[in-house]
Design a protein around this ligand. Structure first.
Ligand SMILES: Nc1ncnc2c1ncn2[C@@H]1O[C@H](COP(=O)(O)OP(=O)(O)OP(=O)(O)O)[C@@H](O)[C@H]1O
Ligand SMILES: [Mg+2]
Length: 392
């Protein structure tokens, strides 16, 4: 069994509300287990309580109730500097009058580590973040990305069991931010230090994290691997926050095994996987299906496959319909946008094509072979297993 490095048990944090009576509940009954060596992301929109959660783990804020354990030990009476954690903030906060290496050495010297030893360890940390050549430069002589790496070296030099990072990449420009994602992830795996990484950027969380906790309004809605969160979002909020999703409203009218049958209008019904948490509901419901799980082919005429072979649209449809899990509907292209790697279509389905779905089709071959245009009638199809009934 892997060791739990950080554990939150029913943690609540309330602040006095400004200019109002009463309290703001910033963190609302959060329980989490973060394992040794894990890259764990806390993901959610602005104001959902990410920073507050991190600050309580670091010890900068007390909990209002609940418990925090670090490596199995309750820490409510342990001051921040005695916890085996270190924090990297968004605005790196380097001392401007000190060189990079002096910045990294500072914490060690405060702890009474002698100068030679702190210098050696600081140099080691700078090598880790690939900045030994910048040791003697002042922060203003470094780029934003370099400054952020110095801040990282400063946090890593004490070899904390757990590193807490609060949106450390958000001040960087997009290209650098993307490069740093891969670097940070590689570094974390090499060092084996547990990372708790706060971000509101879903792509950042998906790229780096082993597991993600999605937060909204002080609550954790779902914890899982990037794949879990993306493929089987627990609630509408999670599905909407992570990537693009079609939400199709309908009425649950029947059940067939793992599927619910959902009537969209007088003309069509579709099927969607029913999960434990929403299985009992009936009546109005929402079906979620990702745009890349939907696909298109013509209503009639010849069809060319990516491998070069060909078929008729009618023949292709007959073949598809042999699989009972495939849903095929007639649709009309309302908008087509070429995005390079794929084409994003807005497609109307149902009576008078008034129910809109987004379909993303990868551009395999030449654009002219696969492209549909506004007004075209098409077959829209997907595997019903990729459609899910959602709660919340
Ligand atoms: N010291 C404080 N006093 C009063 N309210 C606070 C305090 N700190 C945070 N809050 C409130 O708690 C809630 C959560 O804030 P928090 O900073 O944890 O959010 P966040 O998820 O980190 O957001 P962001 O992505 O914008 O950084 C917000 O409503 C915020 O206004
Ligand atoms: Mg924050």
């Amino acid at each position: 069994m892997t060791q739990k490095d950080v554990e939150l048990i029913h943690v609540i944090k309330e602040f006095a509300a400004p200019r109002k009576d009463g309290l703001v509940r910033a963190v609302d009954d959060v329980s989490l287990e973060i394992y040794d060596g894990e890259f764990f992301a806390l993901l959610g929109p602005s104001g959902c309580g990410k920073t507050t959660t991190l600050r309580m783990i670091a010890g900068f804020d007390d909990t209002s109730s609940g418990q925090i354990l670090i490596r199995g030990k309750a820490v409510q009476d342990v001051p921040p500097f005695h916890r085996p954690v270190n924090t990297v903030f968004q605005d790196y906060a380097l001392f401007p009058h000190m060189t990079a290496i002096q910045n990294v050495m500072f914490g060690l010297e405060m702890e009474g580590v002698d100068r030679r030893e702190s210098r050696r360890r600081a140099m080691e940390a700078l090598e880790l973040v690939q900045l030994p050549q910048a040791a003697d430069r002042k922060p203003r002589q470094l780029s934003g990305g370099m400054q952020q790496r110095v801040a990282l070296a400063r946090a890593l030099v004490k070899r904390p069991a757990v590193l807490l990072l609060d949106e450390p990449l958000s001040a960087l420009d997009l290209k650098l931010r993307e490069d740093m994602r891969y670097e940070l992830k590689a570094m974390q795996k090499t060092l084996g230090i547990t990372f708790v990484f706060v971000t509101h950027d879903q792509e950042e969380a998906m790229t780096m994290a082993d597991r993600i906790a999605v937060m909204d309004r002080g609550k954790v809605l779902q914890v899982g691997t990037p794949e879990d969160i993306y493929e089987t979002p627990a609630t509408k909020f999670v599905a909407d926050f992570i990537g693009e999703t079609n939400f199709i409203e309908g009425a649950l009218v029947d059940r067939q095994g793992q599927f619910g049958v959902i009537k969209l209008d007088d003309s069509i019904s579709i099927r969607a996987v029913i999960t434990e948490s929403n299985g009992s509901s009936s009546g109005t419901c929402t079906v979620a299906v990702r745009p890349e799980k939907l696909n298109l082919f013509p209503i009639s005429g010849p069809m060319k496959y990516p491998d070069g072979s060909s078929d008729s649209a009618e023949g292709y449809k007959t073949a598809l319909l042999k699989d009972p899990d495939i849903t095929i509907l007639t649709g009309k292209i309302l908008q087509d946008i070429y995005i390079g790697t794929d084409t994003r279509y807005r497609v109307g389905i149902g009576k008078d094509y008034t129910i809109e779905v987004i379909v993303r089709v990868q551009n395999y071959g030449l654009r002219s072979d696969t492209y549909f245009q506004k007004g075209d009638l098409v077959n829209v199809f997907w595997d019903s297993e990729n459609a899910r009934l959602l709660s919340g």
